[in-house]
Design a protein around this ligand. Structure first.
Ligand code: NA7
Length: 541
């Protein structure tokens, strides 16, 4: 796809069956399905092209943490067979190229207007239709609105005093310049040590004159062990891709069926067995480190064995003991999303890299020449904000969404998101969220998750059409019960024990609510039961 080709503000259809917001993997497939059922679709996409998160996150080192053979669409067997990935974990340019290929292959761009940000959606009670408006001045009405707006699509920019005073360049990893950034000869700061920082720091360090990392909370990271993709594995999977997909869907996070995973307790293992198993999983790489034993995510005592193993790895890699200790996380491992890196901890052994702990002395302000923490000014030519996202609800709540009786979504969700199945919310009929809060979303393979949601929404709309239904909304008791279920499932794990973005804890003032539903297979089973019971829990008119 040529981005330039999408820079024109094309004419839109003023009255459609469905508006789809977002042309990431979710919106693309959703629009494709709706058009196949002969619904009229108007898509809006804020970016200049398709790809969603992979369109925006172009920072150096950006790479998926789910393996390439799993992080792809499964709706088209031909697409699945034709596409060739080059690495075990795909880098951002390759995933974006894949998204662009899909868009072209299925003629998806023609349904979207690009460079157009939806500013609001208001439900008109008398017509049972939504009026959707954009920042560019478009207005369209639709029976259905599908928010395929992504879970990590609104940047979290700390509100530092003097944030506009800095005279050098500033960047956010989630909105990286398309032409790349040349840090050669520059004094660079990176704020944050989440996944985006952990992926980009090794590469920025290789280029910059100096790199200073400002760390509020250290993170666990496992080597990705990325490498060129194993062609014999590709051939095996492609020989029976359906079976591979089906087995993955039975996994808690909808991927990793073939990864080494054990069902025994770390508490029952001998010290030698523990060490051997952790080494094996460290060498395997990435997320599956947590598969070394069955109870690492459930029991604090068990978890501590895995945490201490990783801390000892950090102590072994990082030569300066004080820096190593600062890099050692103290929280439960896996509570924040585990990171997968290539040479992250090793980077702190470079002469041009230093680490500043801001856990007790937050960054006070930005100045024309740098930033101040603990009374000291550090001078830079460029500052990289690797400060993450207002996850899961940020993008939805940034739009002015008004439901029945003009009630605002921001008001309804002031104490945290409330949904039925992570798909809909009471009082906002015919408005669907893809991978919304209350669905597995970020705790599952995202492409599998969006496909499952798109298929479900599509089937629901087909059913509604057959029944002559024009309005669908969840029932209050079904929503209340669902919120409770999502909460209870998280309470049975160690997830609520740290300040993660799953809980909204990274954004000042955001209600602390665990947002994703844990367990993809249970979720799919429940949704299938609900469908079989004529969409139990939904009210229709
Ligand atoms: P994350 O994982 O939310 O990381 C953001 C980092 O920025 C994290 O280390 C934060 O520290 C830090 N941060 C945020 N605000 C501040 C302020 N005000 N001062 C200092 N440090 C700050 O975002 P990523 O983009 O790295 O990754 C998001 C997901 O994308 C990732 O999980 C993968 O799924 C892909 P904190 O930990 O909050 O103390």
């Amino acid at each position: 796809m040529s981005e330039a080709g999408n820079n024109q503000h094309t004419s839109i259809t003023p009255e459609v069956d469905a508006v789809v917001v977002g042309a990431g993997f979710g919106g693309m497939y959703m629009a494709h399905l709706l058009r196949a059922r002969r619904l009229t679709v108007q898509g809006f996409e804020r970016g200049g092209g398709v790809g969603g998160t992979w369109y925006w996150n172009r920072y150096p080192g950006c790479r998926c943490d789910v393996e390439s053979m799993e992080y792809s669409y499964q709706f088209s067997p031909e697409l699945q067979q034709d596409w060739e990935w080059s690495e075990r974990y795909s880098a951002q340019p390759e995933i974006l190229a894949y998204a662009e290929h899909v868009a072209q292959r299925f003629d998806i761009e023609s349904m979207f207007q690009f460079n157009t940000a939806v500013s609001g959606a208001a439900y008109e009670d008398e017509h049972h239709r939504w009026r959707v408006t954009t920042e560019q001045g478009d207005e369209v009405t639709a029976r259905f609105v599908i928010m395929a707006t992504g879970c990590l699509s609104t940047a979290n920019m700390p509100d530092f005093e003097g944030v506009n005073e800095f005279s050098g360049a500033t960047y956010h990893t989630g909105a990286w310049p398309h032409d790349g950034v040349d840090f050669s000869g520059k004094r660079v700061a990176v704020i944050g040590t989440g996944s985006s920082a952990i992926q980009s720091i090794p590469l920025i360090a290789q280029q910059a004159a100096s790199l200073t990392v400002f760390q509020r909370t250290p993170n666990y990271s496992i080597p990705a062990q990325n490498r060129p993709i194993d062609q014999s594995m590709v051939a095996d999977i492609k020989a029976n891709y359906d079976n591979f997909r089906a087995r993955n869907k039975l996994q808690q996070a909808a991927f990793g069926a073939d990864y080494p995973r054990n069902m025994d307790s770390v508490l029952e293992a001998t010290p030698e067995e523990r060490q051997r198993r952790f080494e094996e999983h460290w060498n395997y790489g990435g997320f599956m480190f947590m598969g070394a034993f069955a109870d690492l995510g459930l029991n604090p005592e068990a978890n501590e064995y895995a945490a201490e193993f990783v801390r000892n790895k950090i102590r072994g890699i990082v030569q300066d003991p004080a820096t190593a200790e600062l890099l050692c996380p103290k929280t439960v491992i896996g509570c924040k999303r585990l990171c997968a890196d290539t040479g992250y901890f090793e980077t702190y052994n470079r002469d041009n890299v230093s680490l500043v702990d801001v856990s007790e002395h937050p960054i006070e302000r930005l100045t024309p020449s740098g930033l101040v923490t603990n009374g000291n000014e550090y001078k830079f030519d460029a500052i990289v904000f690797a400060t993450g996202f207002d996850a899961m609800t940020g993008t939805l709540l940034a739009m002015d969404i008004k439901g029945q009786g003009g009630r605002r979504l921001t008001d309804k969700w002031s104490a945290g998101p409330r949904t039925y199945l992570g798909l809909m919310t009471v009082g906002f009929p015919n408005l669907f969220m893809m991978t919304g809060p209350g669905s597995p979303s970020v705790l599952a393979n995202m492409i599998t998750g969006v496909e499952q949601h798109a298929d479900y929404i599509d089937a629901m709309l087909a059913w509604a059409a057959e029944q002559g239904i024009t309005e669908i909304t969840p029932q209050q008791d079904a929503e209340d019960e669902w919120v409770e279920v999502v909460n209870m499932r998280s309470q049975a794990t160690l997830y609520p024990s740290c300040n993660s973005w799953y809980l909204g804890a990274n954004v000042p003032g955001k209600p602390r609510v665990f947002m994703p539903y844990i367990g993809f297979p249970d979720y799919v089973t429940r949704l299938d039961e609900i469908r079989a019971a004529s969409y139990e829990g939904f009210a229709t008119a």
